[in-house]
Design a protein around this ligand. Structure first.
Ligand SMILES: [Fe+2]
Length: 254
């Protein structure tokens, strides 16, 4: 289970938002339409099923990505997520000035689902020019879905590991469409980076950490420097690792 501290979390979000469920929180704040329960009931069980299968070794990470992409491109879900009143949300969330803000959310779940789900859900928010700095995960799958504002996304495949560098290959460099999903796994688009290009931008994030329980890696991100990378002859980049502080200084705000 991911710890909240994986992002700039404590002290930067309204504490009242932290412990409530997505439904409760956003309904109370009148940020959501009324169709949420019916729709959440549809996707929660499906997401839990594929996430559990992946963690049990019965589904590959790429299969998880395909399934999540399919679930979250359904029109009614996109409509539902887009029904969030982000102008109001912007006023409720205190955004960091050099990085993303994160709200942990716990969707209300239908009967029959286990108490502890295999996946975690978050809403990310960024002010204009702020970025989720370029980073890589190991032993983790996730999806960001653009649900408010405008966001530029960069993806890279991780080709090779060196002690203090990675060799990565650019695979995406463009604005995301509203409702579009951005998926990452150990196998594909393993490095990602997002920057808000409108006054505020929001993503709905769904992540499975510690996919392989026997792995030494938890899935937590580490930062990289693609802009300062060494361009190799085949179009790939040799990029150094960054500390959290460097990443926020170099990429967090522009
Ligand atoms: Fe990430």
């Amino acid at each position: 289970m991911v710890t909240i501290s994986r992002r700039n979390f404590s002290g930067q979000m309204l504490s009242s938002l932290l412990t409530l469920t997505l439904v409760d929180t956003l309904s109370q704040e009148k940020l959501l339409g009324k169709s949420i329960d019916r729709i959440a009931n549809q996707w929660l069980a499906e997401v839990e099923e594929i996430s559990r299968a992946m963690k049990n070794g019965q589904a590959k990470q790429t299969e998880w990505s395909l399934k999540i992409g399919e679930i979250f491109t359904r029109v009614e879900l996109s409509d539902f997520l887009r029904s969030i009143d982000f102008d109001r949300a912007s006023k409720k969330i205190r955004f960091p000035d050099d990085s993303e803000g994160v709200v942990s959310v716990n969707p209300a779940r239908p009967r029959g689902l286990p108490k502890e789900l295999e996946f975690s859900t978050y809403v990310y928010g960024l002010k204009k020019g702020r970025a989720i700095a370029p980073h890589c995960h190991r032993n983790m799958t996730s999806m960001h879905m653009l649900i408010g504002g405008e966001l530029h996304a960069w993806h890279f495949d991780r080709l090779a590991d060196e002690p203090k560098h990675l060799i990565i290959k650019p695979t995406l460099d463009r604005a995301l469409a509203m409702g579009e999903t951005s998926l990452t796994s150990d196998d594909k688009d393993n490095v990602h980076w997002f920057k808000a290009t409108s006054d505020a931008a929001f993503t709905f994030n769904l992540a499975v950490f510690d996919v392989d329980r026997s792995s030494q890696y938890s899935g937590r991100q580490f930062y990289l420097d693609p802009s300062g990378g060494e361009k190799l002859s085949d179009g790939s980049l040799r990029v150094r690792h960054l500390t959290n502080e460097e990443a926020h200084r170099l990429y967090g705000k522009s």
